[in-house]
Each structure stands twice: as C-alpha cells, then as structure tokens.
Design a protein around this ligand. Structure first.
Ligand SMILES: Nc1ncnc2c1ncn2[C@@H]1O[C@H](COP(=O)(O)OP(=O)(O)OP(=O)(O)O)[C@@H](O)[C@H]1O
Length: 731
C-alpha cells in the first residue's frame, strides 16, 4: 500500500491544520501543527475550507475549492486533496482506485483507512445529481515553486534539545548519577560470577571457608548496589522537582508573552491540560521511567555473560526477547491513539466543569442543572470507556509479555540442564544462569514502561512545542521607550478585523486625531467597534490596514511594556483579582503607596465602603473573597487606573454601573486629577461624553462625525439624534 505519512489532530478543531501538515509532508515539507493552526485562522469554532485554503497558500500551495462528483474525485482530482467530512470535519484523501478510497482522518480514533463508495457518499457527498451520481466539495492542492523555496521549520528533534537544556544546570549531578548507574550495573554483573564460583569451587570441593568468603563478597555487593539505588533516587528527585518548576513557570511566562489574539482562539481547558503535559514530561525524564532505561544496560550485560557461557542459550534468549519486544511495541501502537483520545476527553471534561462553575447562576436560573450534569456524565462515560480500553491493552501487554518470558525461561532451563548432563556446562553455571534469568525479568517490564513513557512524552512534547514555538507579542525591533513628539494619537486610515475565519471588518478607514492632554470621547451604537478601537490604541491588536501614530511615530515601534506602563485602562470586563483591596488597586507594584492609594479611592468614592469593611484595605475581594457590586467593581478598577497616574487613560464604559449623580461627581474629580493626561472615554451617557474636548462618533466601524459637543449639536445629525434620544428617554 502507498506510504502516506499520517499526522493526527491534537484537538477536534485542529483537523484542518493536521490535514495540511499531511499534504505538505507528502510533498516533502515538514511543518508543525502550530504553523498551520495560525495560518488557517483558527477560532474556537474550528476551521473552514476557506481558512484551510488560506493556510495552504501561505506555504506555497495553489488551491482550488470546487464541487465534484464521486467519479471525478476518483479519476480527475490530483491527490492528496482535502475533503469536508460529515459537514463538520476535514480529512485527506490520498488514494482512490477501483471504487476504494484511502482516507487519512486526523481524528486519532479513526486514523488511516480504506472505505468503499457507499461510505464515501455517507460522509462526504452533499447532493445527489440528476443522473443519480453523488457529489461533494473538495479542496485541490497543488505545489508551486514557492512551496519548495520556503524554509523548512519546526523539526521535531529540536524540541528534545529544548527540554534537555533545562538539565544543563545540573550537569555535575547528572554525571554523578550516570557514574552511579554504571557502577551499580557492573556490581550486579559480578554477582552471577560469584554464584558460579561458590557452587563450582565452594560446594563441589566442600570448602566452607570459600563459601563464606563468597557470601561476604555478595553481601558487600548487595549493600553497595542498594546504596547506589538510593543515591540515584535522591538525585533524580532533587533535579526533578526543580526542573518541573522551571518548565511550568516558563510555560506561564510564555503565555504572558503571547499576543491577546492567541487567547481568542484557545479554551481554558486546553491551556490547563498543557500544564499536565509539562508534568508528564518531567516525570518521564526524572521519574523511575528513565532510570529503567539503564536496566537495559544490565540486560545487555547479562546477555553478553550468557553468550560467553553458551551460544545456544544466548540465541534462545535473543529470540524470546525479540518476541517480547514485538508484542509490546505492537500493542503500544494501538494504545497511542487511545491515549490521545483520553487526553482530549480530559481537556474537554475540564472545560465543561469550569463552565458549570462559572455559569452557575445562569444554570440555576435556566433550570439547566440536570442537562449540564448529564452532558458532563456522558462525557465522563466516554472518558471511562477510553480508560477501560487502555487498561485492557495494558493487561494484554503485561500478560502476553510474562507468558513469552516464562516460556523462554523454561526452554533455557531445559537446554541448560541438558548441557550440564552432557558435561558442557558446570552446575555452578546452571545456578548462575538461573540467577541471571531472574534478574532479566524486571528489565523486560522496565522496557514496557519505558516505551509507554517515551510515547506519552512525545505527545506532550508536541503540544508543548506548539506553544513555545509561537512568536511573542514583543519583537526585538520594538524598542522605543519614550513618548515621541507631542504625544498625540493619530488614526491614519485605520482598518481592522479579528483574526478569525470570515471575520467581518470591524473598523474601516478611521482617520482622526486624539489630541494630547485633552479628553476625547468615542460614541456610537452597540457593536460599532468602540472597544476594539481602544484595544488597538493600547497595542493589544495591530491595525490590519493603515496605522496608528503616537506623536508622529508608528505606535507599533513603541516598546509595548513601556507603552502599557504609561496607559491606564478601565475596560468593561476588567478583572478583580483574588487579593486585598489595597493590592488590587496598587496592582503590579510590590509596595503600596498610601498617598496615591487614598487619593485614588477618594476620587472614586469607595472610601466609605472600604472603611465599612472589618478589615478595610486588607479585605480580600475577587474570587473566594468579599463580593462586590458592579458599581463597586468599576470604582475599584478606576481607582487602580488612577493609582498608577497614567499619562494616557482609556475608559471603556467604566461608569455604567453607577447612578448618574455619582458618575458626574466621580468624572468631575477624575478630570481635575488627570488634568495633564490624555483621556479617551467610551461612554453611552451623554452627561459623561458631552464634556469631552473632542468627540468622535462611530457607526458600524466608520467615523461618521467628529467635533466638539457644541459643533456636533449644531450639525443636527447622528450625534444630535443620539443626545436627543437619551434626553427624551430621561437618561
Ligand atoms: N475578541 C473578539 N473576537 C472576534 N470578534 C470580536 C471580538 N471582540 C469584538 N468582536 C466583534 O467586533 C465588533 C465590535 O465590537 P466592539 O466590542 O468593539 O463594539 P462596541 O462598539 O464596543 O460595542 P458595545 O458598545 O456593545 O460595547 C462586534 O461585532 C463584535 O462581535
């Protein structure tokens, strides 16, 4: 059968990216999953045929999406091609011949398989033609010279290097560890020789003193090996703990360096599950599994001893061992897919649980408790079934392995006993061989464990690398750490759409100036793109067209950390951390400046509320702490922004939870306090925005008007209507 390299998806929505990997690999190019994941513009909902075609073209494929009949698919379409499957999934068709179709399904539970026409029709066809034939869609991919000109990237092996780098700091300890292992193995190999001599000289010649000497030597050897094993454990435990912390902390650091865009397309379950990956890999590298590989060294050494004593026995031993390895590896391959499925199911389960906890109020209110619980139970049942299948295979692996091993031992005993009778082997050698056989049992188990650990680690490594290979938000060239020019912000024909399949244009051709040291209000109907514009101004997203200038310099060239340090932000979905009120306000600073803190809480009028709490500023709020009303939360968030005395303040509907009177007084004090700052407010209430020096009116992502309140009211257009409607409604 045609060789076709298969790659599986890591999650359901990765199927398009995994298909592209397979096709690229078929033409001799290796790309990691993450490469395509980005380029297929994947979102939480998965990927579309359009996204896949974009991803394919980014690496130099020429693509064509078209409907074809089953017959055309078999005879005319260049393979491999990508097919939509069951209307929600994608697979690769890599061969079609005489009514048989060879499919590579990225879903690890299905994998590569051969199917007939009926099954093809069931999964792929979307319509029946007038002549009775069936047709469906296909994405044809053909290489261009560009495809072969692109650099190779993301070779898997480099990833091991990256992990092993964590161990560099411990090189001395590691050398000690390896030396200990080698010594322990040599000592163990000496034991059968001692045994042989004890029988052949001590027992046969009735020399009890000699026997005593040999037993003493054995005792010393056993003690030394035990001490070495203990030392080995200690070393690995010591290194393991530290490496684990570094691995996970690097992962968290990496997450905080990734652009916000990355989180738009990831579920929390997925991100948390990856922490398990780090732990799994660390366990493999420092736990008992890797130590086991050294018992293979013992294993080989004993095999050599056996070969020295008898070639026949050695051959039987090798055959037995080979059968065992074949058996274990064969079943290991079958476990791989299940293990992947188990991993995915665990991540999905985690996500479901978090959703139940987060959405508790809605679940209760919507009477959806049972429905949600059942959904979780169903998912759990799937997980249980997968685990059951896995342990079944495990069981077969162990039982079969033991049976092969025992049979091999029996044959060796028989042959060795015969050799003793015929005088080819001494009695001592027979005893020593028995000792060796007993010693060899555990290395065989160890090999199974090692094979499993290795396979699991490869999966984990792949997932980890996906994150670690992603580009950071900040790149070396973004280095300007000062505010250039007059510090005004200028929108220069700015357009933007989110990085999702078929994402609509949210902002279109925005051109405006946000003068420095003044207050600018952005107003417009819901969904018109106001919050998106604020995120662009903060540098969380880059405009997809045009540019944003800060004092005449492109905002993208300003160091992001610096820029954010001079910006204060209160967004609609601001987060209150599970910490004290004081630390929530002085967020990000090691010490709380009392003066600034008091000033900030005074302006935001939460002083009275904080004083009413038994622990005052030391009260823990946020998750697991004292609950806060929406208005209290918003005031706390404004206090946080003011505490840092920013040069630029972005308020995104920061006062919607407050009554009109409180809002006006807070804003009055805030404007007073922030006289020199550049303030940008997004607000719905006209009482908030009408005092701004400059007002920009946005509608459906386009600036429809701008000017002062007076000018805009005079124009009697959009702004006028907005204010008038609010006044009529008594807002
Ligand atoms: N993270 C995101 N991913 C994809 N689309 C988004 C994202 N955030 C916002 N959008 C889309 O962008 C458009 C503009 O949203 P935005 O939040 O900027 O509007 P807004 O004017 O601030 O609305 P509101 O006044 O209701 O807060 C909406 O159609 C929304 O669906």
């Amino acid at each position: 059968m045609l060789r076709f390299t298969y790659y599986q998806q890591l999650e359901e929505m990765d199927c398009g990216a995994a298909c592209l990997r397979m096709v690229a690999r078929h033409y001799g190019r290796y790309y990691n999953l993450e490469h395509f994941r980005e380029r297929t513009r994947i979102s939480r909902e998965g990927v579309s045929l359009l996204g896949i075609s974009e991803g394919a073209e980014s690496v130099g494929f020429q693509t064509l999406g078209l409907p074809v009949s089953l017959e055309q698919l078999e005879n005319e379409i260049p393979l491999p091609c990508i097919l939509p499957w069951n209307e929600e999934h994608f697979v690769v068709l890599y061969r079609a011949r005489k009514g048989r179709f060879y499919i590579a399904d990225p879903d690890p539970a299905i994998g590569k398989r051969e199917i007939g026409e009926q099954e093809m029709i069931r999964h792929w066809a979307t319509q029946q033609n007038a002549d009775g034939s069936f047709s469906g869609n296909v994405l044809v991919l053909e290489t261009t010279p560009d495809f072969f000109a692109k650099d190779r990237e993301g070779i898997d092996k480099s990833s091991w290097k990256y992990i092993l780098d964590y161990f560099r700091n411990y090189s001395i300890l590691l050398w000690q560890f390896v030396a200990g292992l080698v010594l322990a193995s040599i000592l163990q190999i000496l034991l059968p020789f001692l045994l042989k001599n004890m029988v052949d000289f001590g027992i046969v010649h009735d020399d009890f003193d000699f026997i005593k000497l040999v037993v003493l030597a054995q005792g010393i050897l056993l003690l030394s090996t035990t001490a070495l094993v203990a030392l080995r454990r200690y070393t690995m435990l010591h290194i393991g703990g530290r490496v684990n912390v570094s691995l996970v902390s690097d992962y968290i650091r990496k997450l905080t360096r990734l652009p916000l865009e990355f989180f738009d397309s990831r579920s929390r379950g997925d991100l948390l599950q990856r922490i398990n990956d780090h732990e799994r890999l660390q366990n493999f590298l420092t736990g008992p599994t890797l130590i086991r590989v050294f018992s293979i060294f013992n294993f080989l050494a004993f095999a050599v001893v056996l070969a020295l004593w008898s070639t026949a026995l050695f051959v039987i031993f090798i055959i037995g061992m080979a059968l065992n390895i074949l058996w274990v590896s064969w079943l290991e391959g079958r476990k791989r897919d299940l293990d992947f499925k188990f991993f995915e199911q665990s991540a999905a389960g985690k996500e479901q649980l978090m959703e139940i906890i987060d959405g508790m109020q809605e679940i209760k209110q919507g009477n959806a408790a049972r429905q949600k619980r059942w959904a979780w139970e169903r998912q759990r049942a799937g997980l249980y079934r997968t685990r059951l299948k896995l342990s079944n295979i495990d069981q077969w692996q162990r039982t079969g392995g033991t049976a092969i091993n025992q049979l091999k031992n029996l044959i060796i005993t028989l042959v060795a006993a015969k050799a003793v009778l015929e005088g080819d082997l001494t009695l001592g050698t027979l005893v020593a061989i028995h000792y060796i056989l007993a010693q060899l049992d555990s290395p065989i188990d160890d090999f199974t464990e090692f094979a499993r650990g290795f396979r699991e680690s490869l999966i984990s490594l792949e997932r980890m690398n996906e994150i670690h290979n992603k580009a950071d938000e900040e790149d070396e060239s973004h280095r300007l750490s000062t505010i250039p020019g007059d510090g005004s912000l200028e929108l220069n024909n700015v357009g933007f759409h989110y990085n999702l399949p078929n994402a609509p244009q949210v902002l279109k051709g925005l051109t405006a100036v946000i003068p420095a040291g003044k207050t600018t209000a952005i107003v417009g109907s819901s969904g018109s793109g106001k919050s998106t514009l604020l995120k662009l101004l903060q540098g969380f997203y880059q405009p997809t067209e045009g540019e944003i200038l800060l004092g005449g310099t492109n905002l993208a060239t300003i160091d992001k950390r610096y820029w954010r340090s001079v910006c204060g932000v209160v967004s609609q979905d601001g987060y209150i951390f599970s910490d004290t009120i004081a630390r929530n306000i002085a967020f990000g600073e090691a010490y709380v400046d009392q003066d600034r803190l008091l000033r900030a809480v005074k302006i935001t009028q939460i002083e009275r509320f904080i004083d009413s709490l038994p622990k005052g500023y030391a009260t823990v709020v946020g998750e697991g702490g004292v609950g806060l009303s929406k208005g209290q939360q918003q005031r706390l968030l404004i206090a946080r922004a003011l505490y840092h005395q920013p040069k630029y303040l972005f308020l995104d509907e920061a006062t919607t939870g407050l009554n009109a009177f409180t809002e006006v007084t807070i804003m009055d004090d805030l404007f007073d306090y922030m006289q020199d700052a550049t303030i940008v407010i997004v607000a719905h209430r006209h009482s908030t925005f009408e005092r701004a020096d400059h007002i920009i009116v946005i509608n459906e992502g386009v600036i429809v008007e701008q000017g002062t309140h007076k000018e805009l009211m005079g124009a009697r257009s959009n702004y006028f209507r907005l204010v008038r409607n609010q006044t009529l409604l008594g807002n």
